[in-house]
Design a protein around this ligand. Sequence first.
Ligand code: HGY
Ligand code: MN
Ligand code: MN
Length: 417
Amino acid sequence: MTSQPLINADRLWSRLMALAEIGATPAGGVNRQALSDGEMTAWRRVIGWAGEAGLTPSTDAAGNLFLTLVGRDRAAPPFLLGSHLDSQPTGGKFDGAAGVMAALEAVVSLAEQGDKPARDVIIVAWMNEEGSRFAPGMMGSEAFTAERDMAVIRSARDADGISVGEALDRLHAAFPDLPHRSLGFAVDAYLELHIEQGPLLEAAACTIGVVTGIQGKKTFQVVVEGAEGHAGTLAQSERRDALAAFARMAAALHAEIGIIDADIKFTIGRVAVVPNAPSVVPSRVSFSIDLRHPDNAVLDAAGARIKTLCQEKAPPCSVTVTPLVDAPSNVFDPRLRASIAKAAREQGHSAMAILSAAGHDARHLAKVCPAAMIFIPCRDGASHVEHEWAEPDHVAAGAAVLAQVLRELALAPAIEG
Ligand code: HGY
Ligand code: MN
Ligand code: MN
């Protein structure tokens, strides 16, 4: 290993804090949603920093951002590392951004020290990991791995009726000089650094999480149809009240699914009411379901009950349950996990194996190439909140481990699939 520093920790932290100013909220968080002006501003900042080290930017039809450090063998499948730049509406400074900036720092340091990698090294910022503005999330990595068709992705609309397609066309028009890569290309290996978004590393006073895999996840869009009516004149017995039906469904789902065991995660996070007027009986309610569990059999059994429970509670309204995401628990590449553990050990960081309770783009990359993740702690395990926080030392430690694994892989022969 080189005797030169693997990363410049001060530069990493100052750039991460500079990125957090883009979409900064008064409460100290970040609102930088997918394909927004804020995310485009973030693109410009990151492209500028990468350009200072000679990395070249490109994108693809799905609006993923790539920053390439050219390697000796350009025909060899590149090494890919990164995360996402979009945030939740009340997100934090670190979710996604820490992974992109750690990847940038690792590659920029490699470039500055003149080590030409055996193959191209590409930093990626995936489009719409969060799924807040446009549902479902992870559109960029799902398009890259052919998990979801671009026509379906482009048809999704935000609360203002703007489609992903329109937002993508606007993004590409804002970066007219950015070359487009093919949608999806062979990848030697993929690495992603991320905050844990849970309490386990902090509770164990552990700096590095060697992620074993990501728990399974199913999401649904549910639409309840009733009929509008005058709140003062329509008799209760005549009503087809969509909000009353939603309330019955939500109560039944929480009562049955939400208590399956200690590991189940059941969330109704978004509800939209039409016409949403105090003196009108609601005619339509659409709501989201986010269901997760580490055991695929338990997840499948719980998922199978969603539609039945909603149909039982619907009358006199009707209900449509649409599955959006069906992602089983996965296992990350054991060789990459061993490399992460070795780098943490050699750098003197405490490390532990950990299952990811949060979803990440790495789940999809793991279907097409060896993939793994490095976790660092976040304060109180809090994330998807404006007070999300990670310590500078932990960010630096995670980036240094990422940089060491990168050098060992990018300067070495390809990983056989
Ligand atoms: O929802 C998730 O698990 C990810 O943080 N977007
Ligand atoms: Mn994330
Ligand atoms: Mn997130």
